[in-house]
Design a protein around this ligand. Structure first.
Ligand code: LAG
Ligand code: CA
Length: 484
């Protein structure tokens, strides 16, 4: 359950938050496939309650009404079409699986597929679930439970959301049928929403009943779905991420916390020489790594002061380090712009999501941020693919906030988060030649639109990253996008 089953030569998962299935399919063909992205995390595909009362907030999708595949992102036919097209483009799809709970008791009771429910009676006929399928006695998690009561965190309600009992055989069957339906349609795995709020033993039983990935979509025989469980664990809680690593991968929230701290200038980059488990992080193969996610980028889910698109310079630095370093299985956030932390995606007066437009420079419009289309981000996806399974070597630092390292003999990156220029003769580990820095520009024919780096026969080159440069990093590699 810890193998994302990316197509060969690919890496990096991008969360296309609240995107429509038709738009994702097009993005796979036009951008993500050609650019070497490995996969996409999609928003929950199953029916959720419609909340006009709150002007259709993004979080209505975390209140399931049924397992029908019909949401603002599209219907089942569109979902199936997306899977065919993305898998053909070599890009995998991972589903955000909301299986801990159903809705709360909102003022409206019609779902995106038209289903209704009687919340006060725990009655969801479109699944069907009735009161006997939920946890009793009724209780709601309070803040102290996280510190000292694992039972209550798992058996009481998370923010008032009706808490399913995953020990119940009917509940297991409904969840397994839902997930297997998705696997048969071609998904490669799942983000398990609110995994901390479910018993690992119940989850293990559910995972073991899942089908192998669909070979008609290009997966190898007997491939198990990739499972990354959302467990927020900064230490000091009754429930630990280590309870979940025996059954699947786990979201490593400490990565975003530590890299945000460092790239904001509150911890020196030189310490990153020991980045990985020595920092108290999960083992490499257990870790889904990221800077920000849809919750903490807007102060939900406990927040955590993560860098987001709103602080672009240090954010791009942190993402570049995340992608350049071999540790973990990285994920990138791709957002819509917001000021209000509750507001949903760009929509028209009917509540339909407005598609991103693509500007002439390749960036997005219509209110979509599309971090994955920022040159500094997609260039580092290519960097990671070229680096492949090489290790980290030739670490250099100035003792403060200037660092550099190689990935085998394939790729080299340097960062300058000091207030003075980086101007050094460094070992790049690359064959002699002229390279375009893929951060400050692109290769255009026989020249670079950004910085050019000339590597000598000894692998060394003069590296310049000015303190006032637009970006704090420089990256070169042996891929065609970088070599002149
Ligand atoms: C998650 N991971 O464990 C999601 O990443 C997170 O986005 C979900 O919360 C949460 N768990 C449940 O799946 C989001 C919002 C909450 C919202 C919830 C349900 O962060 O704010 O709660 O989705 O829509 C909302 C209201 C609450 C209310 C609740 C029930 O904000 O005040 O109590 O609905 O009506
Ligand atoms: Ca629960």
């Amino acid at each position: 359950y810890k193998n994302p089953h990316y197509a060969p030569g690919r890496s990096v998962n991008v969360h296309l938050f609240e995107w429509k299935w038709d738009d994702i399919a097009t993005e796979c063909e036009n951008f993500l496939g050609p650019r070497g992205f490995g996969g996409i995390q999609i928003s929950p595909p199953n029916e959720n309650v419609v909340l006009w009362t709150y002007n259709r907030p993004w979080w209505e999708r975390y209140q399931p009404m049924s397992y029908l595949l019909d949401t603002r992102s599209g219907d089942e036919a569109q979902f199936a079409d997306m899977l065919r097209r993305c898998n053909s483009a070599g890009v995998r799809i991972y589903v955000d699986a909301v299986i801990n709970h159903m809705t709360g008791e909102p003022p409206e009771n019609v779902g995106t597929a038209g289903s209704t429910a009687t919340f006060s009676q725990w009655d969801y006929p479109a699944v069907p679930f009735t009161w006997e399928h939920f946890n009793w006695p009724h209780c709601v998690i309070d803040g102290m439970d996280y510190v000292n009561d694992a039972w209550r965190v798992r058996n009481c309600e998370l923010v008032g959301l009706k808490d399913l009992n995953q020990a119940n055989e009917h509940v297991r069957n409904m969840i397994v049928n839902f997930m297997n339906h998705l696997i048969d349609l071609g998904v490669a795995g799942f983000r398990i929403d609110a995994a901390k709020h479910m018993w690992p033993h119940d989850l293990e039983i559910i995972y073991n009943r899942l089908n192998n990935l669909n070979t008609a979509h290009g997966f190898p025989a007997n491939a198990r779905p990739y499972i990354y469980q959302e467990v927020i664990d900064y230490g000091g809680e009754a429930i630990s991420r280590d309870e979940y690593t025996p059954i699947g991968a786990v979201t490593e929230f400490k990565v975003g916390m530590e890299l945000s701290r460092a790239f904001r200038g509150n911890n020196q980059l030189k310490w990153l020489e020991s980045w990985g488990p020595q920092w108290g992080l999960l083992e490499h193969s257990d870790a889904l790594t990221f800077i920000d996610n849809h919750d903490n980028e807007r102060g939900h889910g406990g927040g955590g002061a993560m860098l987001t698109y709103k602080e672009p310079r240090p954010y791009k630095g942190a993402i570049a380090f995340l992608l350049a370093h071999p540790y973990g299985e990285p994920q990138i956030m791709s957002s819509f712009a917001f000021h209000d932390s509750e507001i949903g995606p760009p929509m028209n007066h009917l509540g339909q999501i407005i598609s991103p437009s693509i500007n002439s420079d390749g960036s997005c419009g219509n209110g979509w941020v599309c971090q994955h289309r920022w040159r500094q981000v997609f260039a580092m996806v290519a960097f990671r693919n070229v680096a492949g399974n090489t290790g980290l070597n030739d670490w250099w630092s100035n003792g403060f906030n200037q660092i550099a390292f190689c990935r085998g003999g394939n790729a080299f990156v340097a960062f300058n988060n000091d207030s003075w220029d980086l101007n050094q003769n460094l070992q790049t580990c690359l064959p002699a030649g002229r390279y375009c820095d893929v951060i400050s520009g692109v290769k255009a024919g026989n020249t670079c639109t950004g910085k050019t780096v000339t590597v000598g026969n000894d692998g060394r080159a003069i590296i310049n990253v000015g303190a006032l440069d637009y970006d704090m990093m420089l990256a070169i590699h042996i891929g065609t996008e970088s070599r002149l």
